[in-house]
Design a binder for this molecule. Structure first.
Ligand code: ATP
Length: 456
């Protein structure tokens, strides 16, 4: 297993991920995505959107507002129920999530959702020490709400309170009627969204695994439980998620597993929840949750808003409140998994063996020597020609060895070198990241050759 520190260090040195607000000493649990990281993230989001929204006929997309009405979160139960159990170290004043402290101590124990008293008891029973100062001087366990309130300037008093959304799902529920009225969807159908969510989380510092600002990809799949068996829909979605992770993100199946939530752990609105977990260096952890949320959310929004959110099921002719099954994933967690899964070391050489579709750049173009205008001009014209159709990067730093080294570290699948022979016979070398083999290719067939290798 590659330790997380190696990925953190690679991410910093190669422009993938930086600590947030770094020049001001950092801001805990926030990160910034650099030039390489932002490309990989976009490719992951693009793969998700293509697969789930554009690739599945009865799923439509949405992009709802992040700042949202306080009533949404009252109706959904988040203002009262969306809380984590926290505990403070009396000695060094560090704050932790009580369930995570216990699970860290006892790997296979799942205690999320237990009462504050039970969590306190377990911390005492296992003699859990503060990860920071190693003392065992704890406060009692207390609940801590995760929603971020924001105050809007244009309205007065209580009305100015809004929230940064704690999940993208609510934006889907509150637009359910809009989408039904303005598009041709009929049951069963899904609404999907990718976007930022915010949770005032206390974390154990596993890099971007858990942050206070993160991106979610959520789908609410609406159906009539009288007409369709929810267990079958649930199982079908599990298969679809598995295909996405193993085929589209090319993740090693052996590092994945399903885990069903216990009764205590499951959210108050869910009948069944399962997590797709990935084996990170810090243990098997949730990557993607799938929950049967029933008609809980639509019913609550009907109750609180007074707006009718029922729908005619054209298959049965009945008016119903649909139920939902929700696959919800964190895009940043997908990125962390992709980095961890593709990280490879071969002596001094570090290679990100990314699926080419996810790589930030598909190819790098080098002039053999940066101070020979003939080589540079030729390389530029090749680079410009490729750039129209393929995301390529220019690199003329140091020597060829250093450039290969740098491109391997960010997972660029191919490196193209323009050398003196190019000026004579219009061929270049193309070097493969994984085999490190070089071949000579004619410039006129270079683009089609790369596209073929990338199969895009
Ligand atoms: P956890 O138990 O890890 O806190 P959750 O069960 O509360 O997660 P959901 O509300 O089901 O998470 O959110 C769906 C997905 O969003 C999760 O599977 C995870 O990938 C991602 N996610 C949730 N919270 C965070 C966070 N703080 N940082 C990054 N990703 C997150």
């Amino acid at each position: 297993m590659i330790p997380l520190e190696k990925i953190v260090s690679l991410a910093k040195r190669r422009g993938i991920i930086y600590p947030g607000s770094e020049i001001y000493g950092g801001l805990a649990n926030t990160y910034d995505y650099g030039p390489v990281g932002v490309e990989i993230m976009r490719n992951i989001k693009e793969a998700w959107w293509k697969f789930f929204v554009q690739g599945i006929d009865n799923i439509v997309g949405l992009d709802a507002s992040i700042i949202s009405h306080q009533k949404i979160w009252q109706a959904s139960g988040h203002t009262s129920g969306f809380a984590d159990a926290m505990i403070d170290c009396k000695n060094c004043r560090s704050r932790f999530r009580a369930d995570h402290l216990i699970e860290n101590e006892k790997e296979d124990l799942k205690v999320e959702g237990l009462s504050e008293e039970k969590l306190s008891d377990l911390i005492k029973k296992f003699h859990v020490k503060c990860p920071n100062c190693k003392k065992e001087e704890w406060t009692a366990v207390r609940k801590f709400n995760l929603l971020f309130p924001v105050n809007l300037g244009i309205v007065e008093g209580d009305k100015s309170l809004a929230y940064l959304r704690g999940e993208t799902a609510q934006g889907i529920f509150i637009n359910f009627k809009n989408i039904v009225d303005s598009t041709r969807v009929k049951l069963p159908f899904g609404i999907a969204q990718i976007g930022k969510s915010f949770r005032n989380e206390i974390t154990l510092g596993n890099f971007i695994f858990r942050t206070i600002e993160f991106e979610q990809g959520e789908i609410e799949y609406f159906f009539d439980p009288q007409a369709q068996n929810w267990e079958k829909i649930f199982e079908d979605w599990k298969k679809t998620m598995w295909v996405f992770v193993t085929k589209k993100l090319a993740i090693d199946e052996k590092k994945l597993r399903w885990r069903e939530h216990t009764d205590e752990e499951r959210s108050f609105y869910s009948t069944r929840t399962e997590d797709l977990e990935y084996k990170f260096s810090f243990g098997f952890k949730e990557l993607w949750g799938i929950a049967y949320r029933t008609d809980y959310d639509l019913k609550k929004h009907m109750e609180v808003s007074g707006v009718d959110l029922t729908i005619d099921d054209s298959n049965t002719g009945k008016r119903i409140t649909p139920h939902v099954i929700e696959p919800a994933v964190g895009i940043n967690r997908l990125l962390l998994m992709v980095l961890a899964d593709s990280y490879d070391e071969d002596g001094e050489r570090v290679v990100l063996k990314l699926d080419p579709k996810l790589a930030a750049y598909k190819a790098a173009v080098f002039p053999l020597l940066a101070n020979k205008p003939d080589l540079v001009n030729k390389a530029r014209s090749i680079y410009d020609g490729l750039k129209e159709d393929i995301n390529v990067v220019w690199d003329d730093r140091g020597n060829i060895g250093k450039r290969y080294f740098a491109q391997d570290e960010i997972g660029t699948p191919f490196c193209i070198t323009v050398d003196f022979q190019t000026l004579e016979d219009d061929t270049v070398t193309i070097r493969d990241r994984d085999t490190m083999k070089q071949a000579r290719v004619e410039v006129k067939s270079l683009k089609s050759e790369i596209l073929k290798k990338l199969s895009i």
